[in-house]
Design a protein around this ligand. Structure first.
Ligand code: ZN
Length: 365
């Protein structure tokens, strides 16, 4: 077997390059995956622009679809050559955080490096690929705690069909799950990028009966309708809060999902909420947030504001792939472009600038 591989690494602000790196050694609890398809996430664009710090030379990417090349000696129940995915978030499910119900906030693997306190709770640290360890935009990736994080791909599903499961679908669905949706609910989803589209689809699957998708891009609003939105609002053409209050007869939405990470979308998500409603936040914010006092009912409105990081783990991945296998959702719609790993710089350029109707790109090593 070869000893070197190609990998897209963060060099400096505005520079990601494909370089040669050693193929990693496999420890007892790891699995080495040969990547067959991966993709670029909005978070990777933040890394590229220097807005989210990672180590120089780190391989970027956190959405693996591939084949098991080599299994660690302690990993049981899988076979080399098997097609698998792993969640973007790869916690150690033996950790305190995982056993406390928050596996995505597990930083227990950082304790030996002195980067985390004794109980291993560290916000967002369950996200390891392309954040704290080498990621998936490469020919190979090492999956830690493979026993809990590898999920076999059901026969008959293509790479493209499961490419959204590790992150986009898991995150978007979590946004809908956290929104406390009941059959008959009115749900507003702010922003229809890939994660917002999956939140829209998730709201539909959970039984929301009036789903209002909000974005500034008519192309994306068109896809939102295909993914389950009943109504779409372009914020360039109307006052969204006013419009939603009209649609709900002044009652407000049962829940709202924020899928962008801006003050304006967060604030609107609160303003459209009925008293007692749930604001489910998925966005990655980069400034302090201000909560408008009126919409917050001075803190007495029985509102729930919930945040989330993408859930990972093999059971989560199994469920998501089951949704795809059963035909409940067609995520093929979202993979609009394909690039070779060698051409990933061009893929970043297209994706970051949202050119050519791009939603998600398939990257093939
Ligand atoms: Zn992501």
């Amino acid at each position: 077997m070869a000893t070197m591989m190609k990998a897209a690494v963060f060099v400096e602000k505005n520079r990601i390059e494909v370089v040669d790196k050693p193929i990693p050694d496999v420890g007892p609890n790891d699995a080495l995956i040969r990547i067959t398809t991966t993709t670029i996430c909005g978070t990777d664009v933040h890394i590229l622009k220097g807005e989210y710090p990672v180590a120089k030379g780190l391989t970027i990417g956190h959405e693996p679809v591939g084949v098991i090349e080599k299994l660690g000696s302690a990993v049981q129940g899988y076979t080399e050559g098997q097609r698998v995915i792993a969640g973007a978030i790869c916690p150690n499910f033996n950790s305190y955080a995982a056993q406390d119900g928050a596996p995505s906030q597990d930083g227990s693997y950082l304790i030996p490096q002195g980067l985390c306190g004794c109980h291993g709770f560290k916000a967002t640290a369950g996200w390891r690929f392309g954040n704290l360890i080498d990621g998936t935009q490469a020919e190979y990736v090492l999956v830690p705690d493979a026993q809990a994080n590898l999920a076999p791909i059901p026969d008959g599903l293509t790479d493209e069909q499961v490419l959204m499961c590790p992150d986009i679908m898991s995150t978007g669905f979590k946004g809908a799950e956290n929104a406390n949706i009941r059959i008959g609910d009115t749900v507003v989803v702010f922003a229809q990028g890939p994660i917002g589209l999956c939140a829209t689809a998730g709201a539909r699957l959970l039984g929301a009966s009036t789903i209002i998708a909000v974005d500034g891009n008519d192309h994306r609003l068109g896809i939102a309708r295909k993914m389950g939105a009943d109504l779409t609002l372009n914020f360039n053409n109307c006052d969204v809060v006013e419009e939603i209050m009209k649609i709900t007869g002044g009652r407000g939405a049962d829940s709202s999902i924020e899928a962008l990470g801006l003050q304006s979308t967060f604030e609107s998500a609160l303003r459209v909420l009925k008293p007692g409603g749930t604001l489910s936040s998925l966005g990655v914010y980069s400034t302090d947030l201000t909560i408008p006092l009126g919409a917050f009912a001075a803190g007495l409105g029985d509102h729930r504001i919930v945040t989330a990081l993408c859930p990972g783990g093999k059971e989560r991945m199994r469920r998501l792939m089951n949704v795809v296998a059963s035909g409940r959702i067609d995520l093929g719609l979202m993979v609009t472009h394909e690039f070779k790993l060698d051409d990933i710089v061009a893929a970043y350029e297209l994706f970051a600038n949202q050119r050519d109707g791009v939603l998600k790109v398939a990257i093939k090593p």
